[in-house]
Design a protein around this ligand. Structure first.
Ligand SMILES: [Zn+2]
Length: 340
């Protein structure tokens, strides 16, 4: 089969890789209907993060089950399934508490390389959620988004304790940030401030429920959020970038007693202790337990109550994966969908 492999920063190739097979009785193998390039794939692409080169790429996927191991009970060949970017048993104590991304048996799907024609899924029963039926083609992007970016934005909003009557600010206008806006709307936020200086992304943020747009960044962005909230700051702030500037922008934009949900993969972020001390804010975040939200998100997509697939503004055949990375790196595309 064909799959995307990164050889070095800036060097993504689609090449022949071995067909995955059932290795454990709890595995499934799926035929990938759609995969995509993640903002987090850009860290190694830009040379900020080292991988063991050459590295198979991709951890977001939706597709049709080809084969299951002898101990798989709920997932069957022929079903259309979506899974999280962690394969998880969904039975250990951490999974049952809703923190599947910290499952004691978790396997990172990125190691298996979802930007490919076929994909092995460990713990198929715990990892995958089947849709009610085979989806029409136009629903596939939205279902794919639930695999990571939608689930991650949703977790950011939940971690930031978004709820009715609250003012929410979202730092970051990538797919996760835009989905955090969508989640905030669904979770009943009264006012949603999207922080973006990018025209098309501002438009999508508004479509997803943003009531205000702030173009300023850093401390100027903080000042603007304070201005919009009577000097107090937002109740809930989602951080969806992962840099020092975005994290401090999130902390400083939050009112005392408020909550920061941080879901940008933090690179070289250090929160000064005194600033944390005086901020009086709650901090919660990390790799999103997407599996917790998958059934609900798939249901919302299936009923067409949300349309998260709009973040895919570039669709390419798998063998043009390199162009998807380049377009996202240059911010010409919000998110690139790859069709094997
Ligand atoms: Zn577990």
């Amino acid at each position: 089969m064909d799959g995307a492999v990164m050889y070095a920063p800036g060097d993504v190739r689609v090449e022949e890789r071995p067909d995955p097979e059932i290795q454990d009785a709890t595995d499934a193998v799926i035929r990938v209907s759609a995969a995509c390039v993640c903002g987090s794939d850009l860290w190694p692409y830009r040379g900020v993060e080292d991988l063991e080169w050459p590295a198979p790429m991709g951890h977001e996927y939706a597709g049709v089950v080809e084969e299951v191991g002898s101990e798989v009970e709920t997932i069957r060949p022929g079903q259309f399934v979506v899974g999280s970017f962690w394969a998880t048993d969904n039975t250990c104590e951490l999974c049952r508490a809703g923190y599947q991304s910290a499952c004691v048996n978790r396997v990172p799907m990125g190691m298996l390389g979802a930007q490919a024609e076929l994909l092995r899924i460990p713990f198929a029963d715990g990892t995958l959620v089947a849709t009610p039926d085979l989806p029409p083609d136009e629903l596939i992007p939205s279902l794919l988004s639930a695999s990571d970016v939608l689930g991650t934005g949703w977790f950011g909003a939940v971690a930031a304790q978004v709820g009715p009557g609250k003012t929410v600010a979202v730092v970051g206008d990538g797919a996760v940030g835009l989905h955090a806006v969508l989640a905030a709307k669904q979770l009943g936020a009264e006012r949603i401030i999207a922080m973006s200086r990018h025209d098309a992304r501002q438009g999508l943020a508004r479509e997803y429920g943003a009531t205000d747009i702030v173009e300023e960044r850093g401390e100027n962005g903080v000042a603007k959020v304070k201005e919009l909230t009577g000097g107090l700051g937002a109740h809930s702030v989602v951080e969806a970038v992962g840099t020092q500037e975005s994290m401090m922008q999130a902390v400083h934009s939050t009112r005392p007693g408020g909550h920061v949900g941080f879901v940008g993969v933090a690179h070289d972020v250090a929160i000064p202790g005194m600033e944390m001390f005086w901020s009086l804010v709650h901090l919660h975040g990390g790799p999103a337990p997407v599996r917790r939200f998958l059934p609900e998100l798939i249901d919302l997509i299936w009923k067409r109550e949300i349309d998260p697939g709009k973040v895919f503004d570039l669709e390419l055949p798998l063998h043009e994966a390199a162009e998807g990375y380049e377009a996202m790196d240059q911010r010409r595309a919000i998110k690139a969908l790859l069709r094997p």
